[in-house]
Ligand binder design. Structure first.
Ligand code: NAD
Length: 483
């Protein structure tokens, strides 16, 4: 077994590093080799309770909520700076934990996380209220308040970014947080606990409980001391999370699964579009909620585009995430690899034609070749369900109406994309797509100023933008008699 030094692999509660109350620990596997690289504490309900109490105490003390927005912003700026200063170590951890190519960790995970903290740092002092014009003999004004203790529950695929997309706005607004990272990928959350403390975030303001969903996640979700639940993960768990938070009358945001359509019209620049098409389905080894695994192609260019993809996709560098030239690393875990294998087998049974890929790589880790599948019907499970791997299905269409109908035909609605040189058509189709974000002539253009989130089974609420900050506050009205 190869071990690595990851200090300290314990829970972070009230500014202290602790073992779980019952001493339980869980293994962390490097998916590029399939070996255990370290262990972390596995929180039980008692540990979650301690974390929520610490967050409550920190909130009530005013040590964070009592700071001005500008002071909180200054500390969040320092967090962003520390992320940049420690970029190599964070990228190494994220790559080891998730199997992401190291170049992607630098260019996307670390860079975006720093940008996100910086963005919310800048927004921290924009939480103004308004004076309202009324016929009363009174001064009526509104102000925004933090909610209290936020439960942040995050998935395995972008551990650093999706933690920051919740902790950033939650802290900017003056809340305190208990973060439960995904069972499989806890390392960057523990590292960030250290950086947040170093930046000046007071003890108890951010707490990290590593552990499983059914035990630690469930305890956090149901805890009476939690004032808001911010969840990113699968639609199945998200439905349960939203229902449970609803019963507890807690505000909740759920960012869930996706299965986006990427529509290519005959007037698109195909040579340029092919880069976006490949990026859309192989980015993060296809473990991207906003990936584009369903390609819809105008019939006159369908065969030509399939030919271009058959030539280009096998050339995408797949392999060791430590190699700076690698574009596609392994799947993040064995169960994710098996799921992709099962879906590609199902595609064969459903009448799909494997254009390229269609098998795992002959390596020790959990690698799967980027795969393109044609000839599936729209109601096949492989088209309708979220595979969450480097698999692209390709379907032809004849009219704009048909393209829109196919794009909107799954239960999901997170992202969508259009390739066209016709500006009017681009806007016309964007209006009709059921998705939280629509990209035109590229894919995955993301920035903390641009909100994203789902419609339909992809959830509700928005991350990023001022909309995200607002979701971590509530409005209080104050009416002062002038009589
Ligand atoms: P998941 O739903 O299995 O787990 C997400 C988190 O929920 C984990 O921390 C898990 O431990 C926890 N959890 C599980 N059961 C729980 C319970 N009963 N109570 C409370 N918490 C519980 O998701 P995953 O496999 O880690 O992530 C992949 C999914 O996330 C995909 O569906 C993907 O599309 C989605 N995702 C969505 C977005 C978005 O912004 N919409 C972003 C990334 C990933």
């Amino acid at each position: 077994m190869t071990t690595i030094e990851i200090e300290p692999g314990r829970l972070f509660i009230g500014g202290q590093w602790r073992e779980a109350a019952d001493g339980a620990r869980t293994e962390v596997v490097d998916p590029s080799r399939g070996v255990v690289v370290t262990t972390v504490a596995e929180a039980g309900a008692a540990d979650v309770d301690a974390a929520v109490r610490a967050a409550r105490e920190a909130f009530d003390s005013g040590a964070w909520s009592g700071l001005s927005g500008r002071e909180r912003g200054r500390i969040l700026h320092r967090v962003a700076q520390l992320i940049r200063e420690n970029a190599d170590e964070i990228a190494r951890l994220e790559s080891l934990d998730v199997g992401k190519p190291i170049s992607l960790c630098h260019a996307v995970d670390v860079t975006n996380a720093a940008n996100d903290y910086e963005y919310f740092a800048a927004l921290a002092h924009t939480l103004d209220g308004a004076v309202r014009d009324t016929p009363m003999n009174a001064l009526a004004y509104t102000k925004r308040e933090p909610l209290g203790v936020v439960a942040a529950i995050t998935p395995f695929n972008f551990p650093l970014i999706l933690a920051g997309s919740k902790i950033g706005p939650a802290l900017a607004a003056g809340n305190t947080v208990v973060h439960k990272p995904a069972d499989e990928t806890p390392l960057s959350a523990l590292y960030m606990a250290r950086l947040l403390t170093e930046a000046g975030v007071p003890d108890g303001v951010v707490n990290v409980v590593t552990g499983t969903g059914p035990v630690a996640g469930e305890a956090l979700l149901r805890h009476h001391g939690v004032d808001k639940v911010a969840f990113t993960g699968s639609t199945a768990i998200g439905r349960h999370v939203a229902g449970t938070a609803g019963e507890g009358l807690k505000p909740v945001t759920v960012e869930l699964g996706g299965n986006a359509a990427h529509i290519v019209f005959e007037d698109a620049d195909l040579e340029k579009a092919v880069g976006a098409i490949i990026k859309a389905f192989v980015f993060n080894t296809g473990q991207f909620c906003m990936g584009g695994p369903r390609l819809l192609v105008s019939r006159p260019v369908h065969t030509t585009l399939l030919g271009i993809l058959a030539d280009a996709v096998p050339g995408v560098p797949v392999g060791d995430p430590r190699d700076p030239g690698t574009v596609v690393g392994p799947m993040a875990g064995e169960k994710h690899l098996k799921k992709v294998e099962e879906y590609v087998d199902l595609a064969r049974k459903e009448g799909g034609r494997i254009v390229c890929g269609g098998e795992r790589l002959d390596l020790d880790g959990y690698y799967y070749k980027p795969t393109v599948i044609a000839d599936l019907s729209n109601d096949s499970r492989v088209v309708q369900e979220e595979i969450f791997g480097p698999v692209l299905t390709v379907q032809p269409f004849d009219t704009e109406d048909e393209a829109v109908a196919l794009a909107n035909s799954t239960p999901y609605g997170l992202a969508s994309g259009i390739q066209t040189s016709n500006l009017a058509r681009a806007h016309r189709i964007a209006d009709r797509l059921q998705a939280g974000i629509v990209w035109i002539n590229d894919w995955a253009m993301l920035d903390p100023a641009v909100p994203f989130g789902g419609v339909k089974d992809s959830g509700f609420g928005r991350e990023y933008g001022p909309e995200a900050l607002a979701a971590y506050t509530r409005v209080k009205s104050v009416v002062v008699s002038l009589g």
